[in-house]
Write a protein that binds this ligand. Structure first.
Ligand code: GUN
Length: 300
């Protein structure tokens, strides 16, 4: 590292924690297989060939295979109709080998994405995007929850960062990250503020946060002087700066001089998202196993 970046914050190493979680999941899958049960299965639906989506999907499939989850590629051309995707989802919902269904977002503009997500069996909705699962998260009842905020909670807990009674500021209000993140922090007794593009004096509000989660998708928007000294800073951003370098939503060098703990980009939140996807798939598989009275899932 260059000498002019003086990092005082603890680095929250998502890559390393994700590795531990994956090792644990690998052991659990192996135990199921050793007992004669089929592998857990994920169907990954990719429509079109958006380059970023192709990379994300490849990483998710690879991660599945590493822990022993059978990942089925379901690639469809960009022009695929809504009706044929609906038929595909119905088919996957009825497939006894499929524990998780993931539709990679974004979908081409002619498709009604939420109506496709609504069609996924909530018990196979490993992204946690179905309205039933969103509602369960809101109500605090058991269900499948979105992977990125789940991964962030795991990172905070592993680092023993206190949440109860703390001020948390979430920047971004997406259905995938911002809203579920706010609900999870609220469920743990944080006082939560959700900020977005219309929030006046964003810096002032962010400065109130003992925990700051940045999920806006704008390179290095959150500056060091926005951060309360001693705060925990979680950076969900994955952006390219002017030089093409991968950077987060937080100006890392500045913020790490003020924060007590901070996630790097890459190697922070990203690997945790994938680890939580795998964890959701296994949870879905294990609950199906119980429903089926075990025997039904034995491999022949
Ligand atoms: N596109 C960007 N993030 C995600 C995600 O977490 N799940 C899916 N399915 N698509 C995405």
């Amino acid at each position: 590292m260059s000498g002019d970046i003086e990092t005082t914050a603890r680095i929250l190493d998502g890559k390393s924690l994700a590795g531990e979680i994956r090792a644990d999941l690998t052991r659990r899958v192996a135990a199921h297989r050793a007992a004669g049960r089929r592998a857990p299965g994920l169907a990954v639906v990719l429509v079109g060939d958006d380059p970023a989506s192709v990379v994300y999907v490849r990483n998710k499939r690879r991660a599945c295979l590493e822990v022993g989850i059978a990942a089925r590629d379901v690639d469809r051309p960009a022009g695929t109709s809504q009706a044929s995707l609906e038929a595909l989802i119905d088919e996957l919902n009825a497939d006894p080998d499929v524990d998780g269904i993931l539709i990679q977002m974004p979908l081409p503009a002619h498709l009604a994405a939420q109506s496709l997500l609504d069609r996924i069996d909530p018990a196979r909705d490993v992204d946690g995007f179905h309205p039933i699962n969103a509602g369960r998260l809101l109500l605090g009842t058991p269900g499948l929850a979105p992977c990125t905020p789940l991964g962030i909670m795991a990172l905070l807990d592993r680092a023993q960062i206190p949440i109860d009674g703390k001020r948390a500021v979430v920047i971004g209000r997406s259905n995938i990250v911002g809203k579920p993140m706010a609900l999870m922090l609220l469920a743990r007794n944080a006082t939560v503020t959700i900020c977005h593009s219309r929030t006046p004096d964003l810096a002032k509000t962010v400065r109130e946060g003992d925990i700051v989660v940045a999920a806006v998708g704008r390179a290095e928007m959150v500056r060091g002087d926005w951060i309360k000294p001693g705060a925990a800073v979680i950076d969900v951003g994955m952006n390219r700066d002017a030089a093409g370098k991968l950077v987060g939503d937080v100006a890392f060098a500045e913020a790490s001089r003020v924060a007590a703990a901070i996630t790097p980009v890459p190697g922070g939140v990203g690997p945790m998202t994938i680890a939580m996807l795998l964890s959701n798939i296994l949870a879905s598989y294990e609950s199906r196993l119980e429903l089926a009275g075990r025997g039904d899932l034995r491999s022949s």
